[in-house]
Design a protein around this ligand. Sequence first.
Ligand code: PHE
Length: 462
Amino acid sequence: MKPSSREPIHGQWSSRWAFVLAATGSAVGLGNIWKFPYITGENGGGAFVLVYLVCISLIGIPIMMAEILLGRRGRRSPINTMRHLAQEEGRHGAWRYLGWLGILAGVLILSYYSVIAGWALAYLVRTGSGVFTGLTADGVNNIFYSLVADPERLLAWHTLFLTMTMVVVARGVRSGLEQAVRYLMPLLLVLLLVLVGYAMNTGAFQQALGFLFYPDFSKLSPNSVLIAMGHAFFTLSLGMGAIMVYGSYLPRHVSITHATLIIATADTLVALLAGMAIFPIVFANGLAPGAGPGLIFQTLPIAFGRMPGGEFFGAVFFVLLIFAAWTSAISLIEPLVAYMVENLRMTRVRATALAGGVAWFLGLGTIFSFNIWSGDRYKLWGLTFFDLLDYLTVNIMLPLGGLLIVIFTVWVMRRESVMSELGVKDGPLFRIWYLVSRYVTPVAVLLIFLHAIGVLQPLLNP
Ligand code: PHE
């Protein structure tokens, strides 16, 4: 089977770096800086981090390679790519529903992602204007709760963030994105290092390192394992077609393996640095590691309020966080927009307006989860709308999508097609990847699912 010579419909990246940067932009986002620390805190620390790292290596990396490979071979939006590749391999057209699953997950995730990114926008204004200077942990807490208690303010920030996202998507993801990621991503790393440097002097750095890296397996429930796996998908943008769509714009000669390793390493590094910046502040101020989704907003401002030049560093930090969230949000609706442009013959602008409108509306559910719907009356199994949406999309839909992607690649596609698209010979490295992807990855995902169902049972039938 010859490598595909198809040209991508929506244009191509200008170079390997453009792809790596865009995919890193998609991967590095709120998942690393906002979500990783708070779920690590909620799930007991070290053992959770270890499972997450194992999931990145044995599940995330093989699936990322598979996803890029499918995208580049299909050269279309995920739905059409799956339909086309299934046809090419003489398989059932139902594989295209995998594309639909991803598109649905993307829009659902974007709806809450944008609300949280809105918090970062609100915090940019607060930090920049010195609101946190000299505040105690309690004072910082109050500011957080007064923000999330106000649906109107949350709505305004959510609307602003989603509009920013839609503007970029409407203009086509490639213009601007490459340049921006190239300069801002390294800056984000530098700023995280500054924060880690500050955290080293809080007096609780050792304690934080112990919390993050000393695995205490008694704290690990089956549900925590599922959350760690879900997060590996979420943080690498896997299982919903974002990486597939970016892969579809990838020039032929680029090594998928190298690109994957760079993206996964950068993403993991950012998450670990964020953890190392945040937990020392948590412990030094006697805060609870399991404080939940507000964790970074309740901790980092304490540091910004005390360090010299904190207003400046704080403002730069939130600019970079917003930027990181922005480049991720773009990739969350790109699969849907690409599909609408291809199949419904819409202009990009119209497609973006429609897709963004749906995400905007759904975002109301997340906004209300923190105020008017936060009472028990509005909860299901003790979870708010936001918690449920996050659980369903990240812990179920993404792993399911990723599982099907890897099964399609290594069980359904011919081995020669896979090899030719990867551009490799039948060497030891290829064999290892193929073996891991055929046996280890799918079995691991399935086992984690089954393990979690065991605990969900009593939850579902109280
Ligand atoms: N990876 C992004 C983050 O960590 C979120 C994301 C998930 C983006 C899925 C695209 C697809 O913030």
